[in-house]
Design a protein around this ligand. Structure first.
Ligand SMILES: [Zn+2]
Length: 231
């Protein structure tokens, strides 16, 4: 027990309270991803090196033989995947810059992009959340390339997440990128921590929404958006 505490303390982690109290209820605590101030003082290479080392320990503790040809490369692969791919959205340097274009054709109706596939990970279990994002905005004279909307969705997905926070982060970013309040976001997602463990419900999906500006005020705008995404 003493040895366990010493190990955890060297990582600066306080395990004196039970962490599972929040975990299974999937409650997020804030709109911002809880990052430390010094989150990016280490560069990617050092992060990969350290995660590799710690993941190797996890596999070792599980009893796996790390000299096995099939397993020996796994710690490095997982570390690279965490830093460069599935958690790359933690680092602001990877944030897509959304260039605005003038809306020359004066299209000021609702623009909807639906069925944007996203893959994220539950921050309570570190297993995938995947689903579709549906996004709408009403241009105030500027538009962004459609692929930029996908990139914004992907960027915030590539973090340990809770679905509610992901939805709000995408919504707030679109408001900022587009310079408009009139933004709507709906996420419909499957949580593998619900389907493959715990209650093992394979059929349920979770729907979250973010409405701002006209979408918040005007029931008709919301209804129009809903009509498009149910097509
Ligand atoms: Zn979970």
């Amino acid at each position: 027990m003493k040895q366990k505490e010493t190990l955890l303390n060297t990582m600066g982690i306080d395990f004196s309270h039970s962490i599972d109290e929040i975990g299974d209820e999937h409650v997020g605590t804030s709109i911002d991803t809880p990052l430390r101030e010094d989150a990016f003082e280490m560069d990617d290479d050092l992060k990969i090196e350290l995660i590799e080392k710690h993941f190797k320990e996890i596999m070792y503790v599980l009893g796996l033989d790390l000299t096995d040809d099939s397993l020996k490369g796994t710690p490095k692969r997982v570390a690279k995947m965490y830093v460069k791919e599935i958690f790359s959205g933690l680092n602001p340097k990877n944030k897509p810059d959304a260039k605005l274009f003038e809306n020359k054709y004066k299209y000021n109706e609702m623009l909807v992009e639906k069925d944007i596939t996203f893959f994220s990970n539950c921050e309570h279990h570190f297993v995938p959340i995947y689903g579709k994002a549906h996004v709408a905005y009403i241009s105030n004279g500027n538009v962004i390339g459609l692929s930029k909307i996908n990139r914004i969705v992907q960027y915030y997905s590539k973090r340990p997440q809770v679905q509610e926070r992901l939805t709000m982060q995408i919504g707030n970013e679109l408001k900022e990128a587009l310079g408009t309040e009139d933004v709507a976001v709906v996420l419909d997602a499957h949580h593998m921590c619900v389907s493959t463990r715990g209650v093992q419900d394979v059929n349920s999906s979770t729907v979250t929404s973010f409405y701002s500006g006209k979408f918040e005020r005007d029931e008709n705008a919301r209804a129009e958006f809903m009509k498009y995404i149910s097509l």
